[in-house]
Design a protein around this ligand. Structure first.
Ligand code: HEM
Length: 402
């Protein structure tokens, strides 16, 4: 790895391109390389710092006063460049604006409010499993992960059936936009003219099923907590952040268990560990890998002075496999104490959809385990070339009664 002769501002420098297809497809080797290089690495290509280790990544996410989200959680600095869409009212906002919105959505996506969906998710999971046991050989991306999540999640939000593949296109745009404006981003926003208006139309009150999660956001308008203009943007945050991430989590879970059958055997033997096992999936193969913060002032981190208004890159996948934090980090072990993983972020911006995402995954894994279903990878897999998310585009699998 070539390095600058004089590393800027006291940090080691690297000319690596984390957003090149080669590095996206094989992340763990360069994560290791960056963690060994330093606690904070200057990326010459993107002229920003990168915190590859767990401790500094955690410190950055926890310190929202020094590391802002309002200038965007992607590489684009909204203080300097116009965002490609109206920023998220949650993800791309700081307190005090962020706080009341988070309280409203947090209540809607809380575990007690979601309980009502469990039995419906179980019905869908079992329908899917019946189909899988009949069909046996499937590509688990479209036929398991997408089929299940695109059914249960938009149903819970209250989105009408039809054209749900647009949710995938939109999610791909949103998450690719957290990287640099490279070919991957350009390719994913090609359909923005069509998909952008489609999404905003789906988020209008008239198009949301009464009583479901989207409608509940609008109830906060009648309560005077948010304005009528803000409601669709909040509903949009469910649709942008909740679909691709969960689909990738389902695919990553199936692959992790299929390639570690002894761990699946533990889950089948004791479904009480499904929750913990899913957390290990989030650590081991984190779906949401890369995002950024922007310094609000001059900040010292790991002995390096970072000037204000600078982007700092984080990689959840790298933090979640840092041997300084985790024993045998490259081993998928459902028995480990996985507390402290940052697969769902941490602090005031920690994933607000974590309860529904966990519910979707737990129900599917529990039903597979309860019915003693086994699955294996049957052919070459393909990962997506994506600026931010880690998941499969192709996952050939065989499902059978164990
Ligand atoms: C396994 C699936 C998921 C993963 C891995 C994931 C991951 C994350 C992570 C790492 C963050 C923190 C980002 C940051 O600190 O800048 C986050 C925030 C967020 N997530 Fe998720 N997420 C998942 C599912 C969902 C779902 C299902 C929804 C919607 C229902 C959702 C909505 C959000 C929102 C709105 C935020 C921003 C919260 C805030 O800024 O206050 N996510 N997610």
């Amino acid at each position: 790895m070539a390095q600058d002769a004089a590393p800027p501002r006291g940090a080691p420098a690297s000319d690596i391109d984390p957003f090149s297809p080669q590095h996206i497809l094989n992340p763990y080797a360069w994560h290791h390389e960056m963690r060994e290089l330093g606690a904070l690495v200057w990326l010459t290509k993107y002229r920003c710092f990168f915190a590859p280790r767990y401790a500094e990544a955690f410190q950055i996410i926890a310190d929202y006063q020094s590391f802002s989200s309002a200038a965007g959680v992607g590489h684009t600095n909204f203080n300097k460049e116009k965002p490609w869409r109206q920023p998220s009212m949650l993800l791309e906002a700081d307190p005090p604006d962020h706080t009341p919105r988070r309280a409203i959505v947090g209540r809607i996506l809380s575990a007690p409010n979601l309980r009502v969906f469990r039995s419906g998710f179980e019905v869908e999971a079992n329908r899917l499993i019946d189909r899988l046991l009949q069909q046996r050989d499937v590509d688990a991306v479209p036929e398991v992960a997408q089929a299940y999540v695109l059914k249960v999640f938009p149903d819970a939000v209250g989105i009408a059936d039809g054209d749900r593949m647009n949710l995938l296109k939109y999610g791909t745009m949103v998450f690719n936009a957290f990287g640099p404006q490279n070919d991957i981003f350009d390719e994913s926003v090609r359909d923005l003219g069509e998909v952008g208006p489609w999404i905003m139309e789906r988020c209008q009150h008239r198009n949301l099923e009464p009583g479901k999660l989207g409608d509940q956001v609008y109830q906060a308008v009648s309560g005077g907590q948010i304005t009528a203009e803000e409601a669709p943007i909040l509903v949009r945050s469910f649709l942008s952040a909740g679909v691709d991430t969960t689909i990738d989590a389902v695919g990553n879970a199936l692959w992790s268990f299929a390639t570690n059958p002894a761990e699946w055997a533990k889950v089948k033997a004791n479904q009480g560990i499904v929750k913990q096992a899913f957390e290990e999936v989030l650590r081991y193969e984190s779906p949401f890998q890369t995002f950024f913060r922007t310094t609000t002032k001059d900040v010292e981190l790991a002995g390096v002075k970072i000037p204000g208004n600078e982007k700092v890159m984080l990689n959840i996948g790298s933090a979640n496999r840092d041997p300084r934090k985790w024993e045998r980090p490259d081993v998928f072990d459902v028995s480990r104490d996985v507390r402290g993983h940052v697969g769902l972020g941490y602090g005031i911006h920690a994933c607000i959809g974590q309860m529904i995402s966990r519910l979707e995954n737990e129900v599917l894994l529990t039903e597979l385990a309860r019915r003693k279903v086994d699955f294996e990878v049957t052919g070459p897999t393909e990962y997506k070339v994506h600026n931010t998310l880690r998941g499969f585009t192709k996952l050939p699998m065989r499902f059978k009664q164990g």
